[in-house]
Design a protein around this ligand. Structure first.
Ligand SMILES: Cc1cc2nc3c(=O)[nH]c(=O)nc-3n(C[C@H](O)[C@H](O)[C@H](O)COP(=O)(O)OP(=O)(O)OC[C@H]3O[C@@H](n4cnc5c(N)ncnc54)[C@H](O)[C@@H]3O)c2cc1C
Length: 309
């Protein structure tokens, strides 16, 4: 009999953390039960939604929760409701459900662009929009569109609920204003004023990768002048950011390619990009201006030429 000498691969020698640390697991069947558990275990616990960020981090031991609270059974947190003036999205709604929603496509083109640009079908089948926001990556694809669409977030705890505008939600990479006993319950997006167009553009190394740089815009033009232009940039600062100064500079000006190109130069003063595995600060600074310009033009074009894929 031939004896096969199996030597451990280089990969196995260096990556031994295939199994995360031991943790206690809960799968509450109601929101009330989940909030009770969060109230009890607080910062020692982690909420598990789709797991596409959390499980990766647990395997790499970047996070080592003592308690994992799987909220997948909470069907009451998975919905897209058109309520007239606004649309309410449950935090546990999967990206795939957003992709299939006529409401998202009809009213929120920028968010719909982000959905199409996020991961692949397998990831969109598992990952939730709430997980994307709570993971608080500067590159989170849902953040820039929700920022220009002026979304508000409902945070729930045993004490009750509070509403936070998305522009105030992120505090740094992996950090938000959420307390350890709080859960993101719902995202509320007001329907844009008639005549508003929006778009999201993402530049990534490959189709399945996180953004090197991304931008979302929403714009309304009246009598040839910019009534408002909202701009948000991803992957260019410790959190996704609104480009308030550029927005202010554009207000009231004629919507022409020259005016847009001149004014988007301000964008680079509102971001603080870094060099990392995905890109360089230089590239991000230069390309941010280009994609903001393109997104503004695309947003307006969608009003003039019509939008519905
Ligand atoms: C192959 C691959 C490709 C990817 N591509 C992209 C991409 O293109 N764009 C992109 O933006 N992301 C991408 N991601 C990252 C990830 O899929 C998304 O961020 C996803 O939306 C996370 O959702 P989830 O439900 O899986 O979150 P989870 O992993 O379950 O949770 C993420 C974090 O949020 C917390 N959390 C989740 N839900 C709640 C809640 N309701 N209340 C409080 N805290 C909560 C968890 O405790 C955890 O800290 C990719 C990931 C992989 C593995």
């Amino acid at each position: 009999m031939t004896q096969v000498n199996i030597r451990p691969s280089r990969h196995n020698l260096y990556n031994t953390h295939i199994i995360p640390v031991r943790f206690e697991y809960f799968a509450p069947s109601s929101l009330e039960e989940a909030l009770e558990l969060l109230n009890k275990y607080g910062s020692e616990a982690k909420v598990l939604a789709g797991g596409t960020d959390l499980l990766v981090k647990m395997k790499m031991r970047v996070v080592e929760p003592k308690y994992v609270i799987n909220i997948k059974k909470l069907k009451e947190l998975s919905y897209i409701r058109d309520e007239g003036g606004e649309v309410r999205i449950g935090a546990l709604t999967k990206w795939r459900e957003l992709e299939r929603s006529d409401v998202i496509m009809k009213y929120f083109p920028a968010l719909y662009d982000a959905v199409k640009a996020m991961g692949g079908t397998q990831i969109r089948n598992m990952a939730t929009i709430g997980g994307n926001l709570c993971n608080a990556s500067p590159a989170a694809d849902s953040a820039p569109p929700l920022m220009v669409l002026e979304a508000r977030l409902i945070l729930a705890s045993r004490e009750g609920e509070r509403e936070v505008p998305i522009t105030q939600f992120f505090k740094g990479p992996g950090k938000t204003v959420m307390r350890p006993d709080e859960l993101l319950k719902e995202i509320i997006i007001p329907k844009p004023e008639p005549g508003t167009g929006s778009a999201f553009i993402k530049v990534a190394r490959t189709a399945m990768d996180l953004a090197k740089i991304s931008a979302a815009t929403a714009v309304k033009v009246e009598d040839g002048r910019i009534k408002f232009a909202r701009i948000a940039i991803g992957s260019a600062a410790p959190t996704p950011v609104r480009a308030w100064k550029t927005e202010e500079a554009l207000k009231g000006k004629p919507f022409t390619p020259e005016v847009i190109r001149e004014n988007v130069k301000l964008v680079e003063t509102e971001i603080s990009p870094i060099d990392d595995v995905r890109s360089t600060a230089f590239y991000r600074r230069e390309v941010s201006k280009v994609i903001v310009e393109d997104a503004l033009i695309l947003s307006h074009e969608r009003v003039v030429k019509g939008w519905m894929k």
